[in-house]
Design a protein around this ligand. Structure first.
Ligand SMILES: [Zn+2]
Ligand SMILES: [Zn+2]
Length: 148
């Protein structure tokens, strides 16, 4: 679940979700009710941070409709951004790719994955989610690490 993911570099959380491609999945309202009860009947399944509302759970009204909407959404492609250090992580085919810098900057495979992702989605990344500077810095560091 999104609300338990933390930044691999600075351990910051929650991570902010930007969804680019999502599919709707049918959820059974009774099963959601059961989950809510299982989680102590607090009313929300996301225990700390709800990626659907992009909000800490404390600031949300408890509502089963909200949880159904949240659980119905399967994000296939998007990014997660750390609110503390600003690093971003791609979600590819439904899987958050949470590589720490030492892999991200050295692994050709990780870089190839990100290059393909950016080629497809760069325009969709909302202004301010990734500032030009931090993105260019990451790319610059990648170039440096490839040259080495
Ligand atoms: Zn939620
Ligand atoms: Zn971070």
């Amino acid at each position: 679940m999104l609300d338990i993911l933390a930044c691999p570099e600075c351990r910051g959380h929650p991570l902010k979700l930007y969804a680019f491609v999502e599919v709707e999945i049918k959820v059974d309202g009774r099963a959601v009710r059961g989950l809510i009860d299982q989680y102590g009947g607090r009313g929300l399944i996301c225990s700390f941070y709800c990626g659907y509302k992009r909000s800490l759970v404390g600031g949300l009204d408890e509502s089963i409709d909200l949880c159904i909407a949240c659980l119905s959404r399967d994000v296939r492609y998007g990014i997660l951004q750390c609110g503390r250090c600003g690093r971003w992580f791609p979600i590819i085919a439904g899987v958050p790719i949470m590589y720490p810098d030492y892999i991200r900057l050295r692994s050709r495979r990780a870089q190839a994955l990100e290059r393909v992702f950016l080629k497809r989605f760069r325009e969709r990344i909302p202004y301010g989610a990734i500032d030009g500077e931090s993105m260019d810095r990451l790319e610059k560091r990648k170039e440096d690490s490839v040259e080495r």
